[in-house]
Write a protein that binds this ligand. Structure first.
Ligand code: BV8
Ligand code: ZN
Length: 260
């Protein structure tokens, strides 16, 4: 059952309910929840000025992110792929966490049990202070050796376009999960645990089109968690969740925290 206040479903009426009508419901559920899981996507960083993947600002030059974020593209044109990641590193290095990132840190501090799953690679949740965190698509500030597989933190801005491993000299790649690559088994196991054990899942700023993250709300619903979504508009998950709050993450997420 989905709550949009007492009105009919928006897709039936074409009406978008103001978030205020069920913001209170989500706030109450959050305050009562013993075990909270949060899933975020690029939309939470949009309010920090980081381009989303599929928004009008999400394209880079004439390439689509899905064509660059693949092992095949890196195999074929490592220089072009590194140019794209360098461009993103230079941009992200100038951005700060926003009120939504900080509210999630406060939620982690207050909740008896809390875990954050992010699809974002920008590192802004970590910068904000999140610690119970799975960066399931990797982190743009980490590199991995294509020879010896060593993972290192690398904050060079700009990064040299074809960086090499100081252990074995082989080419370094971004430590990021590309399309067609599996997520880390440890991350998948942690996601399954926290999705099946939570009594509330909050899904923030994701278009819900990239798997396996796009299936996470359904996993939480299987074990009867209360699922709320925050997004600018409806997503493929909207029919599945209990409440959809429509608005900017930086505005809505802080409102979900009861004032102390
Ligand atoms: C996998 C790293 C098993 C790159 C990313 C065929 C072959 C192989 C696999 C597949 C296949 N067909 C399908 C798949 C699965 C594939 C997939 O799902 N493809 C999609 C495109 C159909 N998935 C995979 O490949 C995954 N691996 O399945 O492994 C496997 C292995 C081998 C063979 C078969 C299976 C790996 C997926 C990870 C890909 N890497 N990122 C990089 O970042 O450089 S995904 C990329 O999309 C980003 O990580 C991003 O986070 C993610 C999801 O996008 P969103 O975060 O949702 O961002 P988006 O721009 O889409 O939406 C933003 C949302 O925010 C919007 O809804 C907007 O309304 C909202 N918003 C905007 N502003 C605000 C806001 N909301 C609130 N407030 C605001 N202010
Ligand atoms: Zn190496």
């Amino acid at each position: 059952m989905r709550v949009y206040g007492d009105a009919a479903r928006p897709e039936e009426t074409g009406q978008i309910m103001p978030p205020g009508s069920n913001l209170e419901l989500v706030r109450q559920r959050l305050a009562a929840a013993r075990n909270i899981t949060v899933l975020t996507g690029a939309g939470i960083s949009a309010d920090s000025g980081v381009p989303t993947f599929r928004g009008e600002d999400g394209l880079w030059r004439s390439y689509r992110a899905e064509d660059l974020a693949t092992p095949e593209a890196f195999e074929r044109e490592p220089r072009l792929v590194w140019e794209w990641y360098n461009w993103r590193r230079e941009l992200i290095a100038t951005k700060q966490p926003n009120a939504a990132h900080l509210a999630i840190v406060e939620l982690e501090r207050r909740a008896p049990a809390f875990w954050l799953i992010t699809q974002n690679v920008d590192g802004l949740h970590r910068d904000a202070g999140s610690r119970n965190l799975s960066e399931i698509h990797g982190n743009i500030w980490k590199v991995r050796c294509t020879g010896c597989n060593v993972v290192d933190e690398n904050r060079d801005v700009p990064i040299s376009i074809l960086p090499s491993c100081h252990h074995c000299g082989a080419l370094l790649r971004p430590h990021i999960v590309w399309f067609g690559e599996s997520l880390l088994t440890t991350d998948l196991q942690q996601c399954s645990t926290v999705l099946r054990s939570c009594d509330l899942l909050l899904v923030i700023g994701t278009s819900g089109v990239v798997y396996p993250a796009a299936g996470f709300a359904a996993v939480a619903k299987e074990t009867s968690a209360f699922v709320a979504e925050i997004n600018l508009g409806p997503t493929p998950q909207s029919s599945l969740v209990d409440v959809s709050l429509q608005g900017r993450a930086k505005d809505l997420v802080p409102l979900l925290l009861d004032p102390i």
